[in-house]
Ligand binder design. Structure first.
Ligand code: NDP
Length: 342
């Protein structure tokens, strides 16, 4: 077997070959009762995995331990089973190890079986890593249950060409909002405007202060900031938000690779403008909305109402490099690693 093993805790950006390493590993020769063996197909590249490398015990997700395989959301096919709930041939989705083959005992088995129809459906399997996976669930669930969108409002989405951001923008647009996005290159901004039909977008790396770009993009003020970034983006949004504006706090990627967190200087505006900030974790509503989320988003994608942008890297050995490159902004849409064909 080949696996990505977690070797060393990074201080800033993780480096392939140093912090996580592609290497040969042994598979147990037989399965015990309750075990399954999966042949892994896809991995989802998610920024929260960076936090798990820090080794903080008791955080909202368990940390990684040195010497163990990396793990995260992914998809595999059950090829051996001593667990009647997971027959051979099932396509499973959930937390899997970053390996060609995963030997999964019952205690670590939180997988769900995808419907048999996925084998010959019009829906590409990779969509279950993005728009139909945790990124889509975060976007759909937070807009439905947290953000309280009202038609005619203006929403600003940061990391807008990322997995969550590009879906949030399109979903908000479907609901009649004016959508503004920021991203780290002119080409990302072009796609936001031309392909994804954002109303306004700017390159936050252009050299202009983010607050100035945001003000220009929101001449009538800002109702909602959908925060994927934190840092200077959050600071700028607090300036531009209207009185009683809202922030839906999805993530703070600006913080994940910094030795010293960015110091937000205008938190006083939260009470002065009566701004409401609400964070969420998609795990909070996963069970509650999974069926309706899957049904709605599958329909929107197949009808062409929204587009699922993907950035697919082929080969397990390329996963560490792709993970770090995406943290630095390489990906357009959902970062996925394809390990094998079904
Ligand atoms: P992606 O990996 O798809 O995209 C992240 C993008 O963030 C990068 O491509 C980069 O694009 C941008 N970025 C990186 N560093 C910075 C920075 N310092 N300032 C501004 N932009 C930056 O991420 P996701 O869409 O999967 O995740 C987005 C956020 O949502 C993350 O914070 C993540 O942790 C969070 N999240 C939260 C969930 C929840 O349940 N609350 C669920 C899923 C994700 P660019 O070129 O624009 O810089």
């Amino acid at each position: 077997n080949k696996s990505i093993i977690f070797m060393k805790r990074p201080k800033d950006y993780p480096v392939a070959g140093e912090h996580f390493v592609f290497q040969h590993t042994e598979l147990a020769p037989t399965l015990e009762d309750g075990d399954i063996l999966t042949r892994n197909l896809y991995l989802s590249l998610d920024p929260y995995l960076r936090g798990r490398m820090d080794g903080v015990e008791g955080a909202y997700v368990p940390c990684f331990y040195l010497g163990n395989p990396f793990n995260g959301y992914g998809m595999g096919e059950v090829i051996q089973s001593k667990n009647p709930k997971f027959p051979v041939g099932s396509i499973v989705f959930g937390i899997i190890t970053w390996e060609h083959f995963s030997h999964i005992p019952p205690a670590f088995n939180n997988l769900i079986i995808l419907p048999a129809a996925v084998r010959d459906s019009k829906v590409p399997l990779s969509w279950y890593m993005g728009a139909l996976g945790m990124s889509g669930l975060a976007a759909y669930g937070s807009l439905k249950l947290v953000a309280n969108l009202q038609p005619g409002e203006t929403i600003f989405v940061s990391a807008a060409m990322g997995a969550v951001g590009h879906l949030v923008g399109q979903m908000a647009k479907r609901q009649g909002l004016r959508v503004v996005g920021s991203a780290g290159s002119d080409e990302k901004v072009r796609i936001l405007l031309e392909e994804l039909k954002f109303d306004a977008a700017f390159n936050y790396k252009s050299g202009k202060p983010i607050v100035d770009s945001l003000r220009e993009a929101c001449p009538e003020g800002l109702d909602i900031y959908y925060d994927n970034v934190g840092g200077e983006h959050l600071e700028a949004a607090l300036e531009v938000l209207k009185r009683h504006g809202r922030v839906t706090a999805c993530g703070m990627i600006d913080d994940y690779n910094r030795l010293v967190p960015y110091h937000i200087k205008n938190l006083v505006l939260i009470f002065q403008k009566r701004i409401k900030i609400e964070g969420f974790l998609c795990l909070d509503f996963e069970k509650e909305i999974w069926p309706v989320f899957t049904e709605d988003v599958t329909k929107w994608l197949l009808d062409g109402d929204i587009v699922c942008k993907e950035d697919i890297v082929v080969g397990l050995k390329n996963a560490p490099d792709a993970f770090t490159a995406n943290l630095k902004g390489r990906n357009f849409g959902k970062g996925v690693v394809k390990i094998a064909d079904l």
